[in-house]
Ligand binder design. Structure first.
Ligand SMILES: [Zn+2]
Ligand SMILES: [Zn+2]
Length: 140
């Protein structure tokens, strides 16, 4: 068994997700390829590796993982929602020019300082900055 597969099993165990073979395939992909993907992109990439997986299963798994907090949900504001499996706390920057999503590393101490202002029963946090990235800025 690969390390990613074992990690996927661990994620299911920690978050109370029934580890079906199909779900594990999706989670294994998300854990091994860091990045910010739309459900459509995840579907495409997972199906390239496991062609027998149907779209509905991939979409449902992505939704379940987002609900359980395994995936961060990034709403770009342009109608696309992207998902991120990176577990460490971080914020995002969305470039309105090239549509890229980048990680902004904010140290945990600062994040917990901001969290202290939120109601206790907050379940999800999504901090996203919009603007033009440095690469695009140099081109314009
Ligand atoms: Zn850009
Ligand atoms: Zn991210």
């Amino acid at each position: 068994m690969s390390k990613a597969y074992l990690n996927a099993l661990e994620v299911c165990h920690t978050h109370g997700i029934r580890p079906s073979h199909q779900r594990l395939n999706v989670i294994e992909f998300l854990l091994s390829v860091p990045g910010h993907f739309s459900a459509e992109e995840i579907c495409e990439k997972v199906q390239r590796k496991s062609p027998l997986l149907c779209r509905t299963t991939v979409y449902n798994t992505v939704r379940l993982l987002a609900e359980k907090g395994v995936l961060k949900t990034i709403d770009t504001g342009n109608g696309t929602t992207c998902f991120d499996a990176t577990q460490r706390p971080h914020a995002h920057f969305y470039c309105t020019h090239c549509k890229k999503i980048m990680d902004i590393d904010i140290d945990e101490q600062t994040i917990s300082m901001i969290d202290a202002f939120a109601p206790r029963r907050t379940t999800h946090t999504s901090l996203i900055y919009h603007g033009v990235c440095d690469d695009c800025n140099n081109e314009i």
